[in-house]
Structures are given as structure tokens and as C-alpha cells.
Design a protein around this ligand. Structure first.
Ligand code: ADP
Ligand code: MG
Length: 595
């Protein structure tokens, strides 16, 4: 498409704003132009953090001589003609603003030659004013040199960030484009020194080795979420194993259709996938590529295009969460990772990498999230644990090794205790405490096993809380959402509840949530429990049968059967006993039958 000036009617629909905020924005816009021009090699040279000079050379299509000057007109673009095109943008640029804006605040030279034409063009502008425009001989492609940015805007110059900050920013920026475009070879030179390059091999892994460093990369696993075609959402990339983590979310890098985006909700989806694998307050390292049909995403919401809007944000959220979860859960279930890791390399790259860097053992130090959680089991013990499975056909009862002898339910006393007989005497079981223990372990197992917790979806309900409780709910929002609640702030003390964990299917949902919050408020429990563990404990407390509830024989049998297979059947998650055991000897003794 030739370069043309957009009609005002289209311009009016484009999210307008400052394009050149700082030197790194120049680097960004010029790289995007090179990529849009189909470049396979992009060389970025920066002097003085971009203030002195930015030069970007590419081997893209170049610009024909009769269009070169037009490229510097505001709203002149070859990437868009009508407002309809805005709904399906596949290029990085589309506003036709960058070159005009950059030229207006700097001294700019462009040398370009179209691949199919013999002669090139050289253009020089200062402060937006065209000073030279003539034909030159040049290799196919485009070289844009931007010098003395903001030389004509002293006020802006004063407020620029430190040179080192800008350098770091530029390096990060270039690395992100290299990740998004592994087929393109990037070279970044700062003050005459090469600080980063990518090979253009087409493998994201190669880029990551250079961008993250080999040590970090060793601790990444591949994510490949071939999501259902109907959804047309595809997630791929790499994410860290649980022993590589960071104290903030900035190491979660996300791309949508080749565009780097900042989206705290999607970063949260990644973090959520590590539920029970990472301690609260720790975040994974991830580089994820999302492919969605262009009609599903609106990039025209912000001038820097780093924010996008999705038509179905929830579908994107769960696709990411599921894909990442699958990658790390698969990992947790594989006893030795060495083979799996190497095999996950594309083709020969695997062998090449091994030859170059040696083999790496992936250690999986899963963070302990509480004293009772399944996640503290090492992979060997998980395996041993599965070997020990026996299934005696109890319907709906987890197939796990038994930790109590088989108990026969005799009846209920005080509507609070189950009386049962075992091979070695009498058991008095606290129905509430036992049920709490059962739910807690089942809940934890479900969290481990499934990418997503079973949820019971409701018609959205709003909940109004007193300010103190509202803050408390806000504080625990992350954890609650991670374990199956879908609750969201909706005004200062109002929340919307859309689903609850499956175990609450037959309870009044808002009531459950309010009770959990007031429990959290009363929380006085000592110990080293994590926030998450605390919340889950309270969730189970709410879901468990109460003292005072008459139970049928079936209900009692179900509790006893499930308790028999708990890992820690003798105590509730708060540490109180679930049962009293009176041995046959003790009973005999009490009746004076022995001794
Ligand atoms: P936009 O990228 O939004 O179209 P720009 O002002 O960045 O607007 O660029 C204007 C036009 O100049 C582009 O549409 C493209 O046709 C041309 N152009 C800019 N940079 C390059 C390049 N490196 N190679 C080829 N063409 C380019
Ligand atoms: Mg552009």
C-alpha cells in the first residue's frame, strides 16, 4: 500500500497522544517501522542513552523515492486507509505519526531504498523542517538517524530521566522485540559496545538465553497451550519452574500478536497459575506469546499501544492461567526432568544447546505453603504415594492410602460426634473437625491436580461490607480468587461475587464469603501459616458440617470413609483433635475386666 495522508474522519478515531516522550520512545517507534517493513536484520545504535544519537538500520522493503517525503507528514501511513481497518490491525504502526513527531523534536536523517527500485533517497529534517531531499545510492532498506532529541525543547530536555535509566530501558525494549520476533536478528550497540544481540534463528529459546542469561533460562519450562480452535487463543513461551522467582511482577513479559503489552490482570493470571507452588509475595519469570484473532483485540486504546483491550478478557485470562498451570503441573509430575527438558527443544537446537551449555538438572523445590499441604511432597514421594494407591471401590472417595483402620459407623451422639468401631476399639469423631480436615485435604489436592478449581457459578451478586471488612476482603482477594471465588471490587465497599468454590454449591454464597471474612478478622492463630493457607482453612471451616447438625448414616459413613484416607486424620486444619480413641484394652480396663 502506498503512503497516503489519512482523511480527518479516520484520524479522529485514532487514540491520539504523545508519541515521543523520551529517547526510548524513538527507539521503539523506529524498531516497529523496521518490523512492519519486513526487516530480517535490525541494528540499533544508541549514544548517550539516546539523547545524542539513535540510529536504526534495517533491511526491510524501504520506501520508493516518490513517497519518502510523505512519510514525514502527520497521519501519513501505508498501513491503514479506512476506519474499518482499525478493527483488524496486523501491523505495529498505523497512526502515521511517529516519523512526523520524531522529526519535529530532533535532527533526523533518513536514507532509504526500496528493494525493487534502483535509486535511494536521503532526507534531512531539523525541528520538522525539511532541509535536504535528494537521490542517493544505498543498499535496500532504511537507515534512520535521530540526533539531539529535544534540542528545540529545552524544558523537555531538563526533565529527561538519567542516562543510565534510559539505557536500561532501551535494552529492555530491544530484548522484548527480539523475543517477539525471534526470526529477526537484532543487534544493540550502546556507546560503541554491543550489549545484546539475537541470532534470528526463529527460536524464542535462543533469544531468552541471551536476554535472561543462561542461569535463569535453565530454570524455565516451555509453555504451549494449543487452546481449542473455537476459542482461537494460543499461548506459548516459557515460564519459570517454582524455584526461580522474583519479588515483583515485572518479570512477567506478555505479548499479544507480537506486541508487548502491559496488563496487570493477565500478569495476575500467570501468578495465579503458580497457586500453591509459590509463596505469597513471590512471582514467576515468564515470557508468553498470545495469539488471538486481530478482531478479538483492540490496540487502538492508548498512544503507546502498550495497553490493549480484549473482547473476551476472561477467556484470555483463563487460557493463560491454564497453559502456564499445565506447564508447571506437568513438571511437578515428572520425576526426572532432564530428558523432558532437553526434548522440549525444537529440533536440533536441543543437541546444540546441550553441546554448548551442557545438560542441566531442573530441581523442583516447591515452596511449602503450609504444614499440611500436599505440595511439600517431593516428586519421589509423590510417586511412592501413587504406587501405594489402593482402590476399594468406595464411590467418590479419593484413591489414597489408608491412614486409619476401617471404621464401622455405629451412630451419632449429641448431634456432634460420630461413634464408630474399629479393630482396636471405639472412636468418637468430632463431625465438624473431621469434615474440616477432609475438605482441607481434598481442596489442596484439587488445587494440585487441576488447572482450575471446580467452581460453582452464580448470577452475579453484590455484597456490601463495612469498611474494615471490605479492606480485609481486598487484602485477601488474590487468594480467594485463586481458590475458586470470583470476587471483584465494585466501588469502595461493594464487591461482585460471580462464583464460589464447588464445595459451597449448596450454601448461600454471599453468606459464606461474609463469614470467611469475619473469621479472618478474628484470626488470632499463631504459627507460620501463609495467607493462602489461612484462607483455605477458613473456607473449609465454613463448608464443613456443624455441630448440632443431625447426620444420616450415609453422611456419617461418607465422612468416616474419607477421613480414613486423610494424610493427617487426627487433627483438624487448626490443629485440634478430630477424634478420641478408646482402645479395647482401655475399655476392658475401665470395666474392671483385666488385671
Ligand atoms: P506508521 O508506522 O504509523 O504508518 P510512521 O510515521 O511511523 O507511521 O511511518 C510512516 C510511513 O513511513 C509508514 O507507514 C511506512 O510506509 C513508512 N516507513 C517508515 N519507516 C519505514 C521503514 N523502516 N521501512 C519502510 N518504510 C517505512
Ligand atoms: Mg510507525
Amino acid at each position: 500500500m502506498p503512503i497516503q495522508v489519512l482523511p480527518d474522519s479516520v484520524v479522529a478515531q485514532i487514540a491520539a497522544g504523545e508519541v515521543v516522550e523520551r529517547p526510548s520512545s524513538i527507539v521503539k517507534e523506529l524498531i516497529e517501522n523496521s518490523l512492519d517493513a519486513g526487516a530480517r536484520n535490525i541494528r540499533i545504535e544508541v549514544v548517550g542513552g539516546g539523547r545524542e544519537r539513535v540510529r536504526i538500520s534495517d533491511d526491510g522493503t524501504g520506501i520508493p523515492p516518490d513517497e519518502a517525503q510523505l512519510a514525514f507528514y502527520r497521519h501519513a501511513t501505508s498501513k491503514l486507509t479506512s476506519a474499518e481497518d482499525l478493527t483488524s490491525i496486523e501491523t505495529l504502526g498505523f497512526r502515521g505519526e511517529a516519523l512526523a513527531s520524531i522529526a519535529s523534536v530532533s535532527r533526523l536523517t533518513m536514507v532509504t531504498r526500496h528493494i525493487d527500485l534502483p535509486g535511494g533517497t536521503s532526507i534531512h529534517l531539523e525541528g520538522g523542517e525539511m532541509l535536504h531531499h535528494h537521490g542517493v545510492g544505498a543498499p535496500a532498506g532504511t537507515v534512520v538517524t535521530v540526533e539531539n532529541v529535544f534540542y528545540n525543547m529545552p524544558a523537555r530536555l531538563k526533565f529527561l530521566k538519567k542516562e543510565t535509566t534510559e539505557k536500561r530501558h532501551i535494552a529492555l525494549l530491544v530484548m522484548r522485540y527480539a523475543m517477539a520476533y525471534p526470526h529477526v536478528r537484532f543487534v544493540l550497540i550502546q556507546d560503541g559496545r554491543e550489549v545484546f544481540h539475537s541470532s534470528g534463528s526463529g527460536h524464542l529459546a535462543d533469544v531468552l538465553v541471551n536476554a535472561l542469561g543462561l542461569d535463569s533460562f535453565k530454570n524455565m519450562v516451555e509453555v504451549s497451550g494449543g487452546e481449542s480452535l473455537a476459542e482461537q487463543i494460543h499461548v506459548s513461551g516459557y515460564t519459570s519452574v517454582p524455584n526461580l522467582h522474583r519479588s515483583d511482577r515485572n518479570h512477567i513479559t506478555l505479548f499479544v500478536n507480537g506486541r508487548w503489552i502491559q496488563d496487570s490482570r493477565l500478569a495476575y493470571a500467570v501468578t495465579q497459575a503458580y497457586h500453591t507452588f509459590l509463596m505469597t509475595g513471590r512471582y514467576p519469570v515468564a515470557v508468553l506469546m498470545l495469539r488471538v484473532p486481530p478482531t478479538e483485540v483492540d490496540v487502538n486504546v492508548h498512544p503507546t499501544k502498550a495497553e490493549v483491550r480484549f473482547r473476551d478478557a476472561d477467556a484470555i485470562f483463563s487460557a493463560i492461567q491454564r497453559a502456564v498451570r499445565r506447564a508447571i503441573v506437568d513438571l511437578a509430575q515428572t520425576p526426572t526432568m532432564r530428558r523432558g527438558w532437553v526434548n522440549s527443544w525444537p529440533g536440533d537446537a536441543a543437541h546444540e544447546m546441550v553441546a554448548r551449555y551442557g545438560q542441566h538438572e531442573l530441581s523442583l523445590d516447591i515452596q511449602d505453603s503450609g504444614e499440611h499441604t500436599y505440595s511439600r511432597l517431593s516428586s519421589e514421594s509423590q510417586l511412592a504415594y501413587q504406587d501405594g494407591l489402593s482402590n476399594d471401590g468406595d464411590l467418590g472417595i479419593p484413591a489414597r492410602p489408608r491412614t486409619l483402620p476401617i471404621l464401622r459407623v455405629i451412630g451419632q451422639v449429641s448431634a456432634a460426634y460420630i461413634v464408630a468401631e474399629g479393630p482396636s476399639g471405639l472412636y468418637l469423631i468430632d463431625q465438624h473437625a473431621a469434615h474440616e480436615r477432609i475438605l482441607y485435604e481434598e481442596f489442596m489436592d484439587e488445587q494440585m491436580r487441576k488447572p482450575l478449581v471446580k467452581q460453582y457459578v452464580l448470577d452475579a451478586q453484590t455484597i456490601n461490607l463495612p469498611p474494615a471488612e471490605a479492606r480485609l476482603l481486598e487484602e485477601h482477594l488474590g487468594v480467594l480468587n485463586g481458590i475458586g471465588f470470583d470476587v471483584e471490587p465494585f466501588g469502595s465497599n461493594v464487591f461482585v461475587l460471580r462464583s464460589v468454590p464447588g464445595i459451597f454449591a449448596d450454601r448461600e454464597p454471599s453468606d459464606v464469603l461474609v463469614k470467611i471474612i469475619s473469621d479472618l478478622e478474628l484470626e488470632r492463630e499463631p504459627g507460620q501459616k501463609t495467607l493462602e493457607d489461612k484462607v483455605i482453612t477458613h473456607v473449609c471451616k465454613q463448608a464443613a458440617v456443624r455441630a448440632g447438625q443431625i447426620l444420616s448414616l450415609d453422611e456419617m459413613q461418607s465422612i468416616v470413609r474419607r477421613l480414613e484416607r486423610c494424610r493427617a486424620p487426627h487433627t483438624c486444619p487448626h490443629g485440634r483433635p478430630t477424634m478420641l480413641h478408646m482402645t479395647a484394652e482401655r475399655i476392658a480396663h475401665e470395666f474392671g475386666r483385666m488385671g
